[in-house]
Write a protein that binds this ligand. Structure first.
Ligand code: DAT
Ligand code: MG
Length: 148
């Protein structure tokens, strides 16, 4: 089992898409092991997007992600990182496939509503950054009906 960090960004919250987005992860069969909503500090946003700090869009990205509440989630399951990225879709909403979150609700590159870790190392880094208190350990009864 793998755990991934997923975050609804301020545009997703402002547009009233929290339940719609979370529902897709729930219905897919992933298990929720971390959940909270915060207005990200400058520091946490800069650390989260540190890999992009030389890119021209970085200042705007930090301003955007600190502009209001985000929903921080940890989802676990088999291949959870890839499964979450598939549900999320391509970075630019105009190019993302229908059926994906960005493909169904997005029209922009920067305002793309949701973040998902892209590899095991980034997932570990991001989960530690956003959930320093740790994650929930629990047995989900439906798991027996999700995996053969
Ligand atoms: P993803 O979120 O699909 O993993 P990424 O890691 O390449 O994409 O970039 C992080 C975020 O930065 C992305 O969700 C939106 C923003 N971004 C990326 N490329 C951008 C660009 N060319 N112009 C504006 N924003 C961009
Ligand atoms: Mg990324």
């Amino acid at each position: 089992m793998e755990t991934t960090y997923v975050m609804i960004k301020p545009d997703g919250v402002q547009r009233g898409l929290i339940a719609e987005i979370m529902g897709r992860f729930e219905r897919k069969g992933l298990k929720l092991v971390g959940l909270k909503s915060v207005v990200p500090s400058q520091e946490i946003a800069e650390t989260h997007y540190e890999v992009h700090n030389e890119r021209p869009f970085y200042p705007g990205l930090i301003k955007f992600v600190t502009s209001g509440p985000v929903v921080c989630m940890a989802w676990s399951g088999k291949d959870a990182i890839t499964v979450a990225r598939t549900l999320i879709g391509a970075t630019n909403g105009r190019e993302a496939n229908p059926g994906t979150i960005r493909g169904d609700f997005g029209m922009d590159m920067g305002f793309n509503m949701i973040h998902g870790s892209d590899a095991p190392e980034t997932a570990a880094f991001e989960l530690g950054l956003w959930f320093p208190e740790g994650l929930m350990e629990w047995d989900q009864t439906i798991t027996a009906w999700v995996y053969e």
